[in-house]
Design a protein around this ligand. Sequence first.
Ligand SMILES: NC(=O)c1ccc[n+]([C@@H]2O[C@H](COP(=O)([O-])OP(=O)(O)OC[C@H]3O[C@@H](n4cnc5c(N)ncnc54)[C@H](O)[C@@H]3O)[C@@H](O)[C@H]2O)c1
Length: 476
Amino acid sequence: MTQTVTGPVGGAGAADWSAVSDLLTGDIQSAETSRIAVFGLGYVGTVTAACFAGLGHQVTGIDTNPDKVAQLERGDSPVLEPGVEELLASGLGLGRVAATVDIDQAVADSDLALVCVGTPSLPNGNIDLRYILAVADDIAGALRRADKKHYTIVIRSTVLPGSADKVRAVLAENGITTPDHDVHVVVNPEFLREGQGVEDFLRPPLILVGADDDSAGDRVLSLYDGIEAERQVVPTRVAELVKYANNSWHAVKVTFANEIGVVAKALDVDGVEVMRLLCRDHKLNISSAYMRPGFAWGGSCLPKDVRAVNFAAKNSDVVVPLLSALLPSNGIHTSRLIDLLLEIDRPRIGFVGLAFKPGTDDLRESAMVEVVERMSGKGFQCRIHDRELVPDELVGGNLAFIQRELPHLGQLMGDGLAELVADSDVIVVSKGSDELNGLLSSAGRGPDSANPVHVVDLVGLPDDVRDSISYHGVAW
Ligand SMILES: NC(=O)c1ccc[n+]([C@@H]2O[C@H](COP(=O)([O-])OP(=O)(O)OC[C@H]3O[C@@H](n4cnc5c(N)ncnc54)[C@H](O)[C@@H]3O)[C@@H](O)[C@H]2O)c1
């Protein structure tokens, strides 16, 4: 019977063995059997080999360590990982698992290699790609000796962008090139956690494939038939970076929780309770809110409150490097826009949006106010259009802030959006609109025109707009 894994993903620490027992009883079954060689029988490779055998594929494990190969041949897991031994025993019984130290045999017995070797740190922090490149060289040699023309190399290890290209270069050095060969390099990062590797493999948050060739990407996705999860095929370099973004995010979360905990403790507050309540907010806190690269944050709350929590920590002699990096990091991000405008170096700059975010006229600590002020100070002619902003109607703290930071705001406000677009060499967009998109698309001021317009996009303009102008992003 063919069945997909459904149901909620277990929370952190909650292993759910029903998925494993479904595999063992053959209730989860891949649609089509593939012949896979798994290079590297460490944590990732062993779990990968055991689970793909469980899905019905023919798996050959290969490692430079003969002890690990012998273990796999006996059905002993080279790593301690719940569920793996059961899956290996079942796979061996069904004749779906083999192991070897012989590269020629592994490549001959497979159409696809999953590379799961280590990518440890070098002293300078870079990754040591030598094991990946050695495997690429081994596979290339075996393909050449066997005169095998069709093969797919899938990098499961965690590698920085550009690594797949280095594997392709090794293939090319070995004479494995298109159109003589149909050999593809695909990236398929692993999201498993040690101790819950099988559970995470069978119920992944996402199946991510980085492929610059559609058919190779689909071939790798099809290995996962039988597993229900969101699937994404993206350019190779994106897939390579996602794993680093994920792990950096996890590190930020743990560090953040620890720093809030120590600040809370210093203030005689229960930090565990504070973080529990923070996690109850799924609208802004545990959600995709604020997770898109864009421009610097500002407004009447965030800067003030980040300053206050840093004051509280300092006042209690508590060192919080993550929390204390927030304001400086935001300031550096503001400077990136200024540096870009200086680099473009065109005299008339139109700012579409001045408030700290769309939907408000709040100018307090808006990073864009600082940008306008600094660019004006450097002699650039700045004009502003903000559909929510009427300078004469500003009151209270908002008025006091702008009188202090940008007293000549009224003189900088343009007549209208169309005039601002027509009269600017550079347009900085922090508030997008259909009207602006239409004006930019129809302006006929692309990079090759006599009067090109440079647009610095902080919001994510549509592709057709981007194609009609000289386009710049700050964080993309
Ligand atoms: N451990 C995890 O939880 C985890 C999770 C996700 C991703 N990753 C990534 O996966 C990769 C592998 O991690 P791991 O923890 O499984 O590593 P590991 O060190 O446990 O295993 C690597 C294996 O590769 C073998 N090997 C080295 N060179 C080889 C070669 N030329 N041919 C065949 N085998 C070779 C080694 O002998 C070893 O058994 C790393 O890039 C890691 O960052 C790890």
